[in-house]
Design a protein around this ligand. Structure first.
Ligand code: NAD
Length: 485
């Protein structure tokens, strides 16, 4: 018996067993045990979800925003009630530690809270007498059916960067979770079912790239919110454009942490460790490269290695553990491959997490904190997203050199500076071409009322997830010019 069985789709207010004969196994990364099966839904099942969502749209858009907001209040209450359960599921399917999972659920709830402001967020504006006796108004209206294509690394939160806003705006919605970690959305949809939205407002379709392409190209699909890797993000963006859909595609990253010599090292080191090794480095905001400016390089390096080697690795459900496994055996092998590449290209491995043994979990997908010194900006480990607990250190002469390394990278998701100098901080936030900037903050994660930004190969589109951007993405603006005879 699998702990979570074979999960179902949720379409039109019903839980439906997929007719697909293709299923994937879901593993608990700490134990490698199979805990569930996820179906790879058929084209018919994906199409059916869009049809149902389209049929419900008219009724839902006519529901007053104030009433739609009340669904958000009910959803928030249920998420609070089942908070710990939601966090534990994340740990079991993803591997991150329980405290990080709690933080993720909290962020998901915050988006529901923000979307509950929809009666004022969706207000339009007007002007009298744009010409004699003529008035003009701009009304904000929902647009139809939208979908989310989600990554594995925040299986609970990421779809909630979009779904609450989409639905609060009066659209109907489909989530296609990651096929690696579909259980959190499954549980959240049980709560959405309890909220009792009109059938078809929120829908869940499990599957892989086939379901994605079917959803994305359906004539009734208005737009897609994608979060995942850069190559897939480019594909989604191009496919969406070719089919006349709106798209916001948040993609991969290679984030730099710049450390100036005037920083308070004892405050900086823990921040860097959390950034690089939290969620075993599987965060799009993870610090991947430390750019050590001037004389801070030697003491910083020594302190990082000393502190990182003390990080306790193990099953994320153990409250004393500080870093869990990576999500899959495949990820583990990919990360080890990058470490070998780093060695081949001449970087110096000063902390090696390979082959770590966790006694209580002998089969888990574990790799310990890993640090490379003497990384140069041209190396593969400096340019590509490793998405694991591997940190590279690059010594640089000054802030200008650090910024030029950041700008040479293809990505523009996040970058942080650690400094006591307001002048350096200002130069950094003014010049750096990244969407999320941290000043003495290792993980610059925007809260629900701000856009989750990103630039260059880290984002394709113009309107981001969360905040005011979300309201614009999920609505049409209609202008009405009136004269009464
Ligand atoms: P992924 O690109 O492999 O998968 C993301 C989603 O796309 C999944 O639902 C998957 O089923 C679907 N997909 C995969 N291949 C596809 C294809 N060929 N055609 C259509 N759909 C396809 O990403 P992942 O490994 O699940 O997630 C990790 C990545 O996500 C990292 O690159 C990370 O940086 C990125 N990420 C970015 C942000 C951000 O806000 N910028 C946030 C979280 C994660």
């Amino acid at each position: 018996m699998l702990e979570y069985g074979t999960i179902k789709n949720y379409v039109g207010g019903q839980w439906l067993a997929s007719q697909s004969d293709e299923n994937l196994e879901i593993h608990n990364p700490a134990s490698a045990a199979v805990i569930a099966q996820v179906p790879l839904s058929t084209d018919e099942e994906a199409n059916q979800a869009v049809t149902v969502a389209k049929e419900t749209f008219q009724e839902w858009r006519e529901t007053p925003p104030l009433v739609r907001a009340r669904y958000m209040f009910r959803l928030k209450a249920l998420m609070e009630e089942h908070f710990e359960d939601l966090a534990q599921i994340i740990v079991k399917e993803h591997g991150k530690i329980i405290d990080e999972a709690r933080g993720e659920v909290r962020r998901a709830i915050e988006n529901v809270e923000a979307a509950a402001g929809i009666p004022s967020l969706m207000m339009g504006y007007n002007a009298e007498d744009i010409a004699v006796g003529i008035d003009e108004e701009c009304v904000v209206q929902p647009a139809g059916v939208f979908c989310c294509i989600a990554p594995f690394n925040f299986p609970s939160m990421v779809p909630f960067w979009f779904l609450p806003y989409a639905v609060a705006c009066g659209n109907t919605y489909i989530v296609k979770p990651s096929e690696l970690c579909p259980l959190s959305q499954n549980r959240l949809f049980e709560l959405l079912d309890e909220v009792d939205f009109p059938a078809g407002v929120v829908n869940l379709v499990n599957g892989d790239r086939r379901a994605v392409d079917t959803l994305l190209t359906h004539p009734d699909m208005v737009g897609v919110s994608f979060v995942g890797s850069t190559p897939v993000g480019k594909h989604i963006y191009a496919t969406a454009a070719a089919h006349g859909k709106r798209a916001q595609c948040q993609a991969g990253a290679k984030n730099c942490l710049v450390v100036m010599s005037d920083t308070m090292l004892d405050r900086t080191v823990p921040n860097i460790l959390t950034s690089a090794f939290g969620t075993a480095g599987q965060r799009c905001l993870a610090g991947a490269l430390v750019l050590a400016v001037g004389e801070v390089y030697e003491p910083l390096k020594a302190q990082l290695v000393e502190a990182a080697s003390r990080i306790k690795v193990g099953d994320g459900l153990d409250e004393t553990v500080q870093m869990g496994p990576v999500v899959s055996r495949r990820s583990l092998e990919r990360i080890v491959g990058y470490i070998e590449k780093g060695l081949e290209q001449g970087a110096e491995l000063i902390l090696d997490g390979r082959g770590i043994q966790v006694e209580s979990c002998p089969d888990g997908y574990f790799i310990g904190p890993t640090i490379f010194d003497k990384v140069s900006a041209e190396m593969v480990i400096a340019r590509e997203e490793i998405f694991g607990p591997v940190l590279g250190i690059i010594p640089v002469a000054d802030l200008d050199e650090a910024i030029s390394i950041i700008h040479d990278l293809p990505y523009g998701n996040a970058a942080s500076i650690f400094t006591a100098s307001g002048k350096s901080a200002r130069q950094f936030k003014y010049q750096v071409d990244c969407g999320n900037i941290g000043v003495n903050i290792g993980i610059a994660a925007p809260i629900a009322t701000f856009p989750f930004s990103g630039m260059k190969d880290s984002f394709f589109g113009d309107l981001h997830g969360q905040g005011r951007d979300a309201i614009s993405f999920f609505t049409e603006r209609k202008v009405i010019i009136s004269r009464w005879f």
